[in-house]
Design a protein around this ligand. Sequence first.
Ligand code: 2NL
Length: 339
Amino acid sequence: MRNKLEEIKESSKQVLKDIRDKASLEAVRVEYLGKKGKLTDVLRGMGQLSAEERPIIGQLANDVRSFIEEEIAKISAELEKAEIERKLAEETIDVTMPGKTNKIGGKHPITIVLDEIKDIFIGMGFQITEGPEIETDYYNFEALNIPKDHPARDTQDTFYIDDNTLLRTQTSPCQIRTMENMKPPIRIIAPGRVFRSDSPDATHSPLFHQVEGLVVDKGVTMADLKGTLEIFCKKMYGEDIQVRFRPHHFPFTEPSAEMDISCPSCHGKGCRVCKGEGWIEILGAGMVHPKVLKICGIDPEVYSGFAFGLGLERIVMRRFDVDDIRLFYENDLRFLKQF
Ligand code: 2NL
């Protein structure tokens, strides 16, 4: 038995030498120390030993068990350590690697110019208002003194949803709602999308953007209109810009005018940008029609106001030399990245 125990000790040494993973280590433990293992096998024969031999062999068997247990514990610790080191090596962060960058978006050219316009008017004490893009006939036409037979009502120009519901063709409905809800003094601009049933080409789009403005107070005159819009143009295009007003007609203003600025490209000499005119049309404006004030519950005997409207796209196209309005809505990154 003594020999058998020595043999077990020696063979366990040999086997443990080649162990490289925890599963095989456990298999070896079961093989040697388990209930049906090699050591237990030998100990079963203890009954045949004499009383003197029994404690000696028992002691030896215990020593062999302890030896194997210690060896297994040692190897287990080594494997554990190797595993941790392997994981750490795997998770090492190379701080010299270039970071992953997110592509940064930019403002749409229309937003760039709209933000400038808003800033200028906010600086003059205006508030920004917004309203629904789907409107009623009343807010888009009726309240603006646009009679039933006016060409602007023609289905050619307006997208109708039903007899009474449509996509707004201007942002004026927004101003009508403000006048209904707010007591003068009123100083607002209403930017937003508007819709007209045009076939798209280089200068027309069924969706485009407008900025309208409205001032209502006691004693507002045409001089306020001219002064405000001249300051706006000088802030927008530079102090050396000239402005002029030409008589015009809108159903919702009386009197009405269109405003031109001297061509910022040629300073009025005539060039490609102004088509040789020296002047560029910028906006339409006028004194709010007394009928419109009255419809909104504002007494035209007490209050007066001026209003204006401009098409954003045309201004943006000139600013950035864009020759096709459709480029604004296609979201082609090659176009958008240039701003
Ligand atoms: C243009 C002309 C204009 C207005 C818009 C307006 C709004 C109300 C009352 C009176 Cl609530 N007027 N808006 C006035 C004059 C001109 O726009 O050519 N836009 C592109």
